[in-house]
Design a protein around this ligand. Structure first.
Ligand code: PGA
Length: 247
């Protein structure tokens, strides 16, 4: 059985005052059979980790090197030192804004694993790729290039995030979400074996809201969500966690 995971990605949002949202989240969480993860900006990671009782905290990126002359970057060990248990890698915003290639993402996964972080690796097609029917080819390529050999189901999570669904209010049909998630699990099985593939959590991400969460969580092979905008406020995120718990 895969334990469900509700993950929040705060992106470049949040100041000290917003830590109050975490207190509200902790207070409002149902007694839960799901894992809850919040990935705040790095500046809040340590403070959030200290007060987020019962919630995992994670980062949104790490450098591939363990340390050294990389001005402005943060290593996986530093994230662990600040309280992180997870790290999002290969988010489409980093692929677009920072030119991160699959090979770069792959190197970061190795660094994350070496530091004992769980890697939440993101894949997803652009609108143009979606419209030209390339979705599965893109996903296949990103999975092959971004995930190194040697994953275990405990340290790998895959998030399917269509780029065109992020922050837009657009969501693929439930059939499309199911098809892509099934495809991802089959790709993982072909490369890493059925046992590993059956244990890896697959998240859907892209405009998940309290109003659509339950439907999305009912789709086969969806083990949770990676939530951006609706993770910033406890009032939005709690109903999403509750819907996942009920799924
Ligand atoms: P969104 O972002 O929920 O705001 O669409 C999702 C993500 O980018 O992880």
């Amino acid at each position: 059985m895969r334990r469900k995971l509700a993950a929040g990605n705060w992106k470049m949002n949040g100041l000290a005052a917003d830590l109050a949202q975490i207190d509200m989240l902790v207070a409002a969480l149902p007694s839960c059979d799901v894992d809850v993860l919040i990935c705040p900006p790095t500046t809040l990671l340590e403070r959030m980790s200290r007060r987020a009782t019962g919630i995992f905290t994670g980062a949104q990126d790490c450098h591939a090197a363990t340390n050294g002359a990389h001005t402005g970057d943060v290593s996986a060990a530093m994230l662990v030192d600040a309280g992180a248990s997870h790290v999002i890698l290969g988010h489409s915003e980093r692929r677009a804004d920072h030119g991160e290639t699959d090979a770069a993402v792959c190197a970061k996964l190795l660094a994350a694993w070496a530091a004992d972080l769980v890697a939440v690796v993101c894949v997803g097609e652009t609108q143009a790729q979606y419209e030209s029917g390339e979705t599965l080819d893109v996903i296949r390529r990103q999975l092959a290039g971004s995930i190194p050999d040697g994953p275990t189901s405990a340290r790998l999570v895959v998030a399917y995030e269509p780029v065109w669904a992020i922050g837009t209010g657009l969501v693929p049909s439930l059939a499309e979400i199911g098809a892509v998630h099934g495809f991802i699990r089959a790709e993982l099985a072909a490369r890493f074996g059925e046992r590993t593939a059956q244990g890896v959590r697959l998240l859907y991400g892209g405009s998940v809201k309290p109003g659509n969460a339950a439907q999305i969580f009912a789709v086969a092979d969806v083990d949770g969500a990676l939530v951006g905008g609706a993770s910033l406020k406890a009032d939005d995120f709690v109903p999403i966690v509750t819907a996942l718990n009920a799924a």
